[in-house]
Write a protein that binds this ligand. Structure first.
Ligand code: ADP
Ligand code: MG
Length: 395
């Protein structure tokens, strides 16, 4: 459970409150916000601060500008989107810590909202440079972290700044940690984890942790081929991380010891290329032809997984079952997303692509909770402390 002080624990009225948010949203070609989920997720915190007449300064990163100004990822589209969502004008400045920004802050009236420029234009951000953190801190009286998606990063605006300002959690950070914590607090059984996505290395620590708390792990996506290879199967040209085979074998052994079902697909959809016009066929998993890649779970696997999911009481899902961006390889992900949406279980989803898959099939309102942080949710679930949350004041 979230054990840090939140904005409920401090008087914010009339104060300058700097809120680190994660507005790292996808943009359209015309540079408008393509999906405002992450912006809407922070509205409870912003509205609370507006109602209590704070002076609100928002800061976020967007994209990967790598310490340099990049016009393609300025925050202006976000400011426009947020203005619409709040129904009030959000001011935007083109810098983060200059005199121009200080002047804009000093002009703020209570209840005003100011959005600063992309924090990653500054090389000090990712280096967690103390001088940059100090400059940011000078803008405000109180610091709030509501950027769950960036809480696993040790950056100036997530960690360094807490050395210079009293630091509190926002409502999104609190909710994310509380929702994900429920998976460890007597979850209703059977507890089934569905893990896919491309890299096993991203997920192996979560698998290790889950082997102590779940009844079944259903695997798919690219990551299952490292397990299959480790077991001696011929995986053809499927994606595989050879340096993780040993680790994977250990997980299979631990699963057996713990009586947890660590299920691998029994059939897969294979093709020569990952392309819209690729020809495909379905083969048993022990029989992948040499030049073909496994790109989705097959129908037999889908039926088995659907059956297990229909009996689950708690489900966690991270990672698509196949290359769902391409029609021929999307059936597994679609079927599993649908089974999760139809389930009566508590259903928790993490991961940007899993979230995108749910939205693609219009199922995003039919799960209990979708985390706004892919990397951050996995780190949290594997038991790695999130520096952005750790750095806040204790309750
Ligand atoms: P999430 O963002 O939900 O955590 P990941 O980023 O780990 O998920 O993985 C998503 C990506 O994995 C998708 O782009 C998808 O195309 C890819 N993927 C899924 N299955 C395969 C596969 N069999 N081979 C190659 N890539 C795959
Ligand atoms: Mg992803």
């Amino acid at each position: 459970m979230f054990s840090k002080k939140t904005i409920r624990d401090v008087d914010v009225t009339g104060k300058r409150v700097l809120v680190r948010v994660d507005f790292n949203v996808p943009l359209t070609k015309e540079r408008e916000v393509a999906d405002s989920t992450r912006i809407r997720a922070v509205l409870p915190t912003i509205n609370y601060l507006v109602e209590r007449e704070a002076k609100i300064i928002l800061i976020s990163h967007l994209g990967r500008p790598d310490g340099k100004v990049d016009d393609a990822v300025r925050m202006d589209p976000v400011a426009r989107c947020l203005s619409n969502l709040l129904g009030k004008q959000v001011q935007k400045v083109d810098k983060t810590v200059t005199d121009e920004v200080k002047a804009a802050v000093s002009r703020l009236k209570t209840g005003d909202v100011l959005l600063l420029e992309n924090v990653r234009f500054n090389p000090g951000e990712k280096k967690n440079d103390p001088e940059f953190a100090k400059q940011l801190a000078l803008l405000a009286d109180i610091y709030v972290n509501d950027a769950f998606g960036t809480a696993h990063r040790n950056h100036a605006s997530t960690v360094g700044i807490t050395n210079y300002l009293p630091a509190y959690g926002g409502f999104l950070l609190e909710k994310e940690i509380n929702e994900l914590s429920k998976l460890f607090k007597n979850p209703d059984k059977p507890f089934v984890a569905v893990l896919g996505g491309n890299k096993v290395s991203d997920k192996i620590k979560v698998i290790e942790k889950f082997l102590d708390i779940v009844d079944v792990i259903l695997t798919g996506g690219g990551m299952c081929f490292t397990f299959l290879k480790a077991k001696g199967a011929n995986i053809g040209g499927s994606i595989c991380q050879n340096d993780e085979t040993e680790h994977s074998l250990k997980m299979l052994k631990k699963a057996k010891e713990n009586g947890v079902g660590l299920l691998l697909p029994v059939d897969v959809v294979v093709a020569k290329t990952i392309a819209e016009d690729a020809e495909y066929k379905i083969v048993p998993v022990e029989n992948i032809p040499d030049k073909l890649m496994g790109l989705d779970i097959g129908p037999k696997t889908i039926r088995t997984y659907e059956d297990i999911l229909s009996k689950a009481k708690t489900i966690f899902w991270n990672g698509p079952m196949g290359v769902f961006e391409i029609e021929q390889f999307s059936q597994g992900t679609k079927a599993i997303a649908t089974a999760i949406a139809n389930s009566q279980a508590t259903t928790i989803v993490g991961g940007g692509d899993s979230d995108a898959a749910l939205r693609k099939y219009g199922l995003e309102n039919r799960v209990s909770f979708i985390s706004t942080g892919g990397g951050a949710s996995l780190k949290f679930l594997e038991g790695t402390p999130l520096p952005g949350a750790e750095a806040l004041l204790d309750k």
